[in-house]
Design a protein around this ligand. Structure first.
Ligand SMILES: [Zn+2]
Length: 392
């Protein structure tokens, strides 16, 4: 690693708070204020935070004289963003009625709260002054004790009141000489290393299909109502938890492999690539999936000082990594270069192309004859890792 550069890592921590009557009141007042502000923005067509605040501030102060003023600021932020997205939808012809804020959530800025993780104490500004609340802290939360606290949300759920805090920390990122290329696929993650390849079979499609079938059964059995909604939510949550768990394990493995290198991922923001999604599973979930996995890889890597770059995904699965010739299918999942004869598994090629793109843009140049870049047919050092057992 040559130079080091400072970067910010952000993570959200979730804390359960002991129930309290004052907070219950606060949720109600806050919702009233946000809805008053949305209404005002709607009637007067105001999309600017400052304008909305200056037009309504005096009124709100009079109506809620004991409420700390920063609640009005954050309520203005929420109202502005809700009204803006309503206008956007309206322009596209998707908006229905005037928007209403129905959530039990309160946005907090750093004037409104102070969290002491080690003591398990939250100090919160309320109309009754600063109150002290008990926060349930586990080992998991301790890692945040030296982080900076940013914006936070108080959220009321069926199972209690939570404080979600955005923490941030500066990390020193090394400038790597080489990268590993990570190709995310529906059923596996394939990684091009400087000295070989690694693959993790994830069987994600099977997990998804199983949950899809479960949800369909519920939908057929129970036509409508609360019970149906509850059950669907339960299985949706279970699926997300299971995938999250899988992603954390995968990310740990990938970061381990990246020791001493940087990590190259595909920029998936505006592409459809050639991933053939199974039809029954919707694409929105897939995009959520890949981006979720990428963000977990990214923060875990940064916390270890590992650089993460995003490469343009075009042609990563259609051009030869050796000679840039056009690749053609040659059997199941195998691609062959018509120009130089290079042939390999399509995910291997994908990961190698991602790695080479990163090297070209951010790495120290390596001549293309380098043995590490010209894996001979049938001699690829592929390490296969499977998670099948835990997901059977
Ligand atoms: Zn070729």
């Amino acid at each position: 690693m040559l130079n080091r550069r400072s970067e910010t890592v952000k993570m959200t921590g979730k804390f359960k708070i002991k129930e309290n009557v004052e907070i219950d009141r606060l949720f109600k007042i806050y919702r009233e204020i946000v809805n008053y502000l949305i209404n005002y923005a709607y009637e007067n067509n105001i999309t600017s935070f400052y304008k909305l605040k200056s037009k309504t501030y005096r009124n709100l102060r009079e109506k809620y004289p004991n409420l700390p003023s920063h609640y009005i600021y954050t309520a203005c932020q929420i109202a502005t963003s809700i009204y803006r997205s309503y206008r956007k939808k309206k322009r596209r012809g998707e908006a229905r009625n005037k928007p209403v804020f129905k959530k039990d959530s309160i946005m907090l800025d750093d004037h409104l709260f102070k969290l002491d993780i080690e003591k398990g104490v939250l100090k919160l500004s309320t109309p009754k002054g600063r109150i002290t609340l008990k926060v349930y802290v586990s080992n998991y939360h301790m890692k945040f004790k030296d982080w900076r606290t940013g914006q936070a949300w108080l959220v009321k759920k069926d199972n209690g009141i939570f404080l979600n805090v955005v923490f941030s920390r500066e990390v020193e990122i090394g400038e790597p000489k080489d990268f590993i290329g990570v190709d995310l696929n529906e059923n596996n993650v394939t990684i091009a290393l400087p000295n070989g390849f690694a693959r993790f079979e994830t069987r994600e499609r099977e997990i998804r299909t199983a949950y899809y079938v479960k949800r369909r059964k519920i939908q057929k059995k129970i036509r409508a109502g609360k019970k149906r909604k509850k059950l669907l939510e339960k299985y949706g949550k279970r699926e997300r938890n299971r995938l999250n768990d899988l992603y954390h394990k995968l990310a740990n493995k990938i970061v381990e492999l990246a020791d001493g290198y940087g990590i190259a991922l595909e920029n998936l923001k505006n592409i459809r690539k050639s991933i053939r999604y199974s039809k029954e599973i919707n694409g929105r979930l897939h995009r959520w999936s890949f981006r979720r996995l990428q963000s977990i890889i990214e923060y875990k890597a940064k916390l270890k000082g590992i650089k993460v770059v995003y490469v343009d995904p075009s042609y990563t699965s259609s051009l030869c990594p050796i000679c840039r010739g056009k690749l053609s299918p040659n059997g199941h999942r195998v691609l062959k270069c018509m120009r130089c004869g290079f042939e390999a598994d399509r995910d291997i090629i994908g990961s190698l192309n991602i790695r080479l793109k990163a090297l070209k843009m951010w790495g120290v140049s390596v001549p293309p004859e380098s043995p590490s870049m010209k894996p001979e047919r049938g001699r690829l050092a592929v390490i296969i890792n499977t998670y099948n057992k835990s997901y059977g």
